[in-house]
Each structure stands twice: as structure tokens, then as C-alpha cells.
Write a protein that binds this ligand. Structure first.
Ligand code: SAM
Length: 259
């Protein structure tokens, strides 16, 4: 497993691949139309769902979760999240301070810093992800990206940020009490706006919903949950392209200053 990971990582981080995966071309040329792709897709769809899920988890371990890009240069190979980034920041966050909770390796911080953000702080409780991100920032001499290994519940932040990102984090909270505690914290740390990416409930009338998937409990939220809490005019919802993180996710923006 670790050997395979190393092989994939070595190929992925090679100069050839950096050029191949540069921002100008984010997917292989004609990949969607090749016979290889069509056959692979045909076989994939005939796999039983539990096996597909296990394979997906395994592949997730091999293929890094976020491709790290700074000013158009690929610093670390992985899954391309630039489409989601553009949905989170339709305009460049120049001059803003950003807090990214559950930042993984810091993709959103690096991108925001590329686009002129003043300061970007990312927090994640998996130390190895933070270490990798910090090494990349140090290697490239990026000073406005700071990544901290901590649990968001233990971290004491003595300051506020223009924008707080809470992307794909709430569904991991497992209980509504824990998720609400996190939302309260996020609210306190933000000045202008908060951006959430959430899994949507399957039951259209639910404001939140527990969903068990292969032994793990996830929490899904509707935009109505946030509207009830903060008022309809302060919440904006849009569906996230399924190509970003998979189906059934929405992006919810809470404008804090709006009354
Ligand atoms: C699904 S990933 C999302 C990563 C990133 N926000 C994105 O959307 O690309 C969730 C991340 O949250 C982190 N995480 C989960 N619970 C956390 C907690 N209590 N404190 C800090 N990080 C946490 C995980 O380690 C993981 O990197």
C-alpha cells in the first residue's frame, strides 16, 4: 500500500505531470472520449455498490485529496478542486483574511493567497496533512498561508476573519449538538461571511438528517436550517457541481453584515 502510494505520488509530482496538470489543462486530453475511459466506466458501473465504495475509499488513500496550486503552479498532485474554489470565491478574495476549518492540506488557503488574500489560516486535526501543507508553503516562500494542526473544538482563536470556510466539515460532526456547537464557533470567528459546503438531506422537508452509510453516520443539512437560524435574506444557496465533490452537495453563504 505504501509502495503504491509512493509510486503514484512520485509520478504525480514529476515535472512531466506538473506540466500536464497545470491549470491550463486540468483533465487528460480527450480522456472522456477515449476507449480506455469508456471501457473502464462500463466495468466500473457493473461492480456491486459496496465494492465500488470500498474501492473509492482505497483510491482516496492513494490519490491525494487536494491538488495544491499556487499562482498557477502545481505544488502537489491530487484531485482538482479549482471548480469548487471558484464557487466558494466567485471573485478574488484580494485583501481579505480567510479562516479555513478542516482545511486538509490547505488548498483553499493557497488559492486564496494566490489571489491576493491578506492572511489565510487553515486548521485541521490531521497533523500529517498540515505538515505537508506547511512544507510546501515554506519551500515556495509563501508567507501569508499559515496552517495549524488542531481540533477546531480545542482551538482558541483570539481574533476574527473576514471570511470563514467550513467546507465539507459539518457532515462529519455526527451529532446535531456537536454541529451546532461548531456553527456557533464559526459565527463568532467571522466578520463578513461564512461559506459552508454541506450534504443535502434526502428527505426534502427535513432541515437536517442523519444518514448512515456503510457503518458511518453523516449529518446532512438543508439551506432551510440556516434560514431558520439566521434569516432568509442572509442565506444564499446554490447547488455544487457534482464534479467537485460528488452529488448532492450545496454551497451555503451566510452574509453576516446583511440585516
Ligand atoms: C472532507 S475533508 C474536507 C477538506 C476541505 N475542507 C475540502 O472541502 O476540500 C474534512 C476535513 O476536516 C478535518 N476535520 C474533521 N473534523 C475535524 C475537527 N474536529 N477539527 C479539525 N479538523 C477536522 C479532516 O481531517 C478533513 O481533513
Amino acid at each position: 500500500m505504501s509502495l503504491l502510494r509512493r509510486v503514484v505520488s512520485t509520478i504525480g509530482n514529476s515535472d512531466w505531470n506538473r506540466r500536464f496538470l497545470s491549470n491550463k489543462r486540468t483533465s487528460p486530453p480527450n480522456g472522456e472520449r477515449s476507449y480506455f475511459f469508456k471501457i473502464a466506466r462500463y466495468l466500473w458501473r457493473r461492480f456491486p455498490q459496496p465494492l465500488r465504495y470500498r474501492f473509492w475509499l482505497w483510491w482516496g488513500e492513494v490519490l491525494p485529496y487536494q491538488r495544491i496550486i499556487y499562482r498557477g503552479k502545481v505544488l502537489r498532485w491530487g484531485r482538482d478542486r479549482t471548480k469548487a474554489y471558484r464557487a466558494v470565491f466567485p471573485t478574488a478574495p484580494a485583501g481579505e483574511s480567510i479562516l479555513d476549518l478542516g482545511c486538509h492540506t490547505g488548498f483553499y488557503c493557497f488559492m486564496a493567497a494566490s489571489e491576493g488574500a491578506k492572511h489565510c489560516l487553515g486548521i485541521d486535526h490531521v497533523a500529517s496533512r498540515i505538515k505537508e501543507g506547511m512544507e510546501l508553503a515554506a519551500r515556495e516562500g509563501i508567507r501569508n498561508v499559515e496552517l495549524v494542526a488542531a481540533d477546531v473544538f480545542d482551538y482558541d482563536l483570539p481574533r476574527t476573519f473576514d471570511v470563514v470556510l467550513c467546507l465539507n466539515l459539518l457532515h462529519h460532526m455526527r451529532s446535531i449538538e456537536r454541529a451546532e456547537a461548531l456553527i456557533e464557533k464559526v459565527y463568532g470567528w467571522s466578520r463578513e461571511r461564512i461559506v459552508f459546503i454541506v450534504l443535502r438531506p434526502r428527505n426534502a422537508s427535513a432541515t437536517y438528517e442523519y444518514v448512515d452509510e456503510y457503518g458511518t453516520r453523516y449529518l446532512h443539512f438543508s439551506a432551510q436550517y440556516f434560514r431558520d437560524k439566521y434569516g432568509t435574506d442572509r442565506i444564499d444557496e446554490s447547488l455544487l457541481d457534482p464534479g467537485c465533490y460528488g452529488a448532492n452537495r450545496s454551497i451555503i453563504v451566510l452574509e453576516k453584515c446583511k440585516r
